[in-house]
Structures are given as structure tokens and as C-alpha cells.
Ligand binder design. Structure first.
Ligand SMILES: Cc1ncc(COP(=O)(O)O)c(C=O)c1O
Length: 470
């Protein structure tokens, strides 16, 4: 047995653990630590809780991968899924065939989405929802006689998925690796709306907002509005660091899109379906009317894979205007009846149990309690909204110096959390949380107390290893 690094999470090394380690390539797997640590083998899920294959229980504060919104283990989800499998597990969605759950869900999404977003292209997840949005965008721009409108604006620190296009639109520097190619000639990244990492001369949210809006307008002028097809933006940047843009930023950037005839794509893969207490946040929280909303994750609460690109009458009418054209894109599993049946039941549960009321009641308490961690010397920031939060770990709070990457600070903290029965997500310097919408105030108390303990244990480790001394 090899000697284990400080980041070892002491998993139960079962036969399944070994099979996984030998045969599975995980999304974003970090090879050297994986080769030693392997994976945490999750066997059971109920509500907000997971159990591993040794029976140890964990509170899942990341809700799977920002997705188990209604919580796991619901019998009525199993029943709805089973009933649809029995009725009809699959039907061809191409050209002119449909199925009952897909058509019903599309109508429901049109009802829930703001304004004239009445058309739905289904896919398998968030990456494909964003990727396919670009096909719609290009077809629209071409059909209205503006084929040169093909450039995309996006932001640093954004995440839009992992297809070639979605990864190119994404702007997380840490996700870029030298072996992969990215589209760089027609995708342009604006600055991240992150006040914490903003240049020193930017002192306030208002300054940052002015700076970013000005930067965006200059970029539009430089590229020429006639060349720009769309702006992709998460209302709150998720895996780029739970970055809540400055007050007014979303509205003002949307207004720029209106002014310069640029389509606005709100990537609500994380923020939709209750994470902030609303079906969609674009209109309800930020008062903007996107041309396209992409969603996935909470749409089916992770029970089955599903993505949706919801777009406007304005776009559809232009695309459909020329009757000799066809939409030359789409996937075998578009509008998969079983996934759509799961999504319909998921939405019904959210409505019936008024889960967003819980998010709106417990969310502010979660924010407030997590902020108590700011008294710890290495917690530089606590940010986010309601059920989408993160803790920023720093080596030096005054200078905002981060730990060297090799310290792997957030992974160390999440490992201690795991020992203590809590799952939080390590991303760069952050520990991220996006719990199921059913989380209670008692759960919040457990999460915050456990995270505090894990951070303290990590700092003790670093003290012993001499990493904390400057
Ligand atoms: C904002 C956002 N967009 C898109 C995606 C990609 O979704 P998927 O992993 O389902 O392809 C993610 C995934 O985390 C996301 O957070």
C-alpha cells in the first residue's frame, strides 16, 4: 500500500472502490490524488442525506452536483418513472414525432418561464442546452439576414459546460488545459464580476459595475455590434466561485444587449428550479427578460438526465419564417419521455410542497449563519444567496493572498468535512454548498458547526506542516 498524502480522505477501500479506481474516468478527475484516494462510494440517498458503502451517513450540502433539489429517495418519483417506462420508455423525437411527457413538460416550461419564452429544445443536460442554444442563435441571426452576427461574449470565471463549444464559452482559467483546444477567434471573455478579486483601484460594487459595463460596451464597439450574436451569462456564477455580480450589473448588461441587438442567454442551469426560491431568477430576481434560458439539473432534481433550451417567440418566428429550412440539430434523447415524466413529477412536488417557501425562509438564515465563519482567520469571504453559497479560504485575510495551489486547501477542508459527516464541494480556494431545497434550520446549524470544525482541523494540520507561516 502506498503512503498517503495529507489530502487522503481515508475512504472505505471496498471492492467497488477498487473497481471504480481501476475502470472509471471521472469528470474533472485529478489523477495523482485519485490514484491514491480513489472515490467515496455512495450507495444510498434519502432526502438531504447520503450513505456510503460502509453505512456512514453524510449531510449532502452540495445536493449532488447542484441538482438534487427535491432531495433523494422519493417513492413518488420512482413510481412516476416506473409508470412511464411501462407505458413507453422511448419514442423518436425527430422531425414530427413527440410523446406525451415531452409535450406536456414543454408547455409547463413555457408557462413557468418569463415573457415570451414559449419554445423548448430538449437535450441531455446543461452543456448540451448551452451548445444547442448557439445553433438556435445562429439560425435566427442567419434567417433575419445577419449571418455575420456570429461572435459570442462571455465572462471569465463563467462555467457553461464541457462540450467543445460550451467549454470554449466558459471562462474558468483553472479549467483550461494545454492539450484541449478552445474556440478563441469568435468567443470573447469579459472580466469576471468578482469584487473580491477585482483590481485594487476598484473599491466598491458600484465602481465594479461601472467598470464592467463600460468594458462590455467598449468590447461591443471594438468587435462591431453587427458581428455579435449573443451574450451568455449565469445570473450568479456557479462553479466559477458563487460570484454574485454587483447590484445592477445583470440589468445593465442586459440593457446593453438590447441597445446593440445582441441576444441574451441566461444560463440558469444552477439558479433555476428553486435554488434561489424561484422557478427562474432572470426576471423574478434580476428584472431581465432573456431571449434564451438554458436549464438542467433542478429541472429533474437529478433523478434522470435532462436539459432544456427555452427560447422566445421572437426567435422562433424568425427561424420558422422561411418554410424551406429545417433545424439541423438535435439529439436521440431529446424530450426523453422518462426524463420528462420525472421532471413533471419533480415540478409537481416543488409546487405541492411549496419548497420555494422553505428556501425563502431558511435561505437568509443559512447566509447569516455561514457569515459567522468570517471570524476565522483564514475565511476571507462568505458569499452567495439563499441555497447557493460558498466560503472563500485565504492564507492572508488582509492582503487577500490565496494559499498556493499545491496546498489544495478546499479539498483538505472538504476531506475533514467528510470525516465529520458533511459533503461540501471543493473548487479552487472555495468550499461550495447548494443543498436540497428541503434543508431545515437545524440542518443549517449542523452544516455551519461542522464546517467550522473542519476548517479549524485543517488549519491545525497546516500549522503542524508549517504552511501557515509566511
Ligand atoms: C451554470 C452551468 N451551466 C452548464 C453546466 C453544464 O451542465 P451539465 O454538467 O449538465 O452538462 C453547469 C454544470 O455544472 C453549470 O453549472
Amino acid at each position: 500500500m502506498s503512503s498517503k498524502p495529507a489530502t487522503d480522505n481515508a475512504h472505505n477501500e471496498s471492492a467497488v472502490w477498487e473497481q471504480d479506481r481501476r475502470h472509471v474516468l471521472h469528470p474533472f478527475q485529478h489523477f495523482s490524488s485519485f490514484n491514491v484516494d480513489g472515490s467515496l462510494v455512495i450507495q444510498n440517498g434519502e432526502g438531504c442525506y447520503l450513505s456510503d458503502d460502509s453505512g456512514k451517513r453524510y449531510f449532502d450540502a452540495i445536493g449532488g452536483m447542484w441538482c438534487t433539489n427535491i432531495g433523494l429517495g422519493r417513492q413518488e418519483m420512482a413510481d412516476a418513472i416506473a409508470a412511464q417506462v411501462t407505458e413507453m420508455a422511448y419514442a423518436n423525437p425527430f422531425v414530427d414525432m413527440t410523446n406525451v411527457p415531452a409535450a406536456t413538460l414543454a408547455a409547463k416550461l413555457a408557462e413557468l418561464a418569463p415573457g415570451d419564452l414559449n419554445h423548448v429544445l430538449f437535450s441531455c443536460g446543461g452543456s448540451t442546452a448551452n451548445d444547442l442554444a448557439y445553433r438556435i442563435i445562429r439560425m435566427y441571426q442567419g434567417a433575419r439576414g445577419k449571418p455575420q452576427k456570429r461572435h459570442i461574449l462571455s465572462r471569465l470565471d463563467s462555467y457553461h459546460g464541457c462540450t467543445y463549444l460550451a467549454a470554449s464559452i466558459g471562462g474558468k482559467p483553472s479549467d483550461r488545459v494545454s492539450e484541449f483546444d478552445y474556440i478563441t477567434d469568435w468567443i470573447h471573455h469579459l472580466s469576471s464580476p468578482d469584487l473580491y478579486k477585482a483590481p485594487k483601484h476598484i473599491k466598491s460594487e458600484a465602481d465594479l459595475c461601472d467598470y464592467l459595463v463600460d468594458e462590455m460596451e467598449q468590447k461591443i464597439i471594438e468587435l462591431g455590434a453587427d458581428n455579435i450574436a449573443a451574450f451568455y451569462a449565469e445570473p450568479i456564477l456557479g462553479s466559477g466561485g458563487v460570484i454574485v455580480p454587483p447590484e445592477g450589473y445583470n440589468k445593465r448588461t442586459w440593457e446593453l444587449c438590447q441597445k446593440y441587438d445582441i441576444l441574451y442567454v441566461a444560463d440558469e442551469v444552477v439558479t433555476a428550479f428553486g435554488r434561489l426560491g424561484h422557478w427562474f431568477v432572470s426576471k423574478d430576481v434580476f428584472d431581465i427578460q432573456p431571449d434564451i434560458i438554458t436549464c438542467a439539473k433542478g429541472l429533474s432534481s437529478g433523478y434522470l438526465p435532462l436539459g432544456a433550451t427555452i427560447f422566445s417567440d421572437k426567435i422562433y418566428d424568425v427561424m420558422a419564417n422561411d418554410d424551406d429550412r429545417f433545424f439541423a440539430a438535435g439529439q436521440t434523447y431529446a424530450g426523453h419521455p422518462v426524463s420528462c415524466a420525472a421532471a413533471l413529477k419533480n415540478i409537481e412536488i416543488m409546487e405541492r410542497e411549496k419548497l420555494f417557501d422553505n428556501v425563502n425562509a431558511v435561505g437568509p438564515y443559512f447566509e447569516e449563519q455561514l457569515r459567522t465563519l468570517l471570524d476565522l482567520p483564514n475565511v476571507g469571504d462568505v458569499r452567495g444567496t439563499k441555497f447557493m453559497m460558498c466560503v472563500v479560504n485565504v492564507r492572508n485575510k488582509e492582503t487577500r493572498e490565496f494559499f498556493p495551489a499545491e496546498v489544495n486547501i478546499s479539498k483538505r477542508i472538504s476531506n475533514h468535512c467528510e470525516e465529520l459527516g458533511l459533503i461540501v464541494r471543493p473548487i479552487m480556494d472555495l468550499n461550495v454548498m447548494s443543498p436540497p431545497l428541503t434543508m431545515t434550520r437545524d440542518d443549517v446549524d449542523f452544516v455551519v458547526a461542522t464546517l467550522r470544525k473542519a476548517i479549524e482541523l485543517t488549519m491545525d494540520d497546516l500549522e503542524r506542516e508549517g504552511v501557515l507561516q509566511t
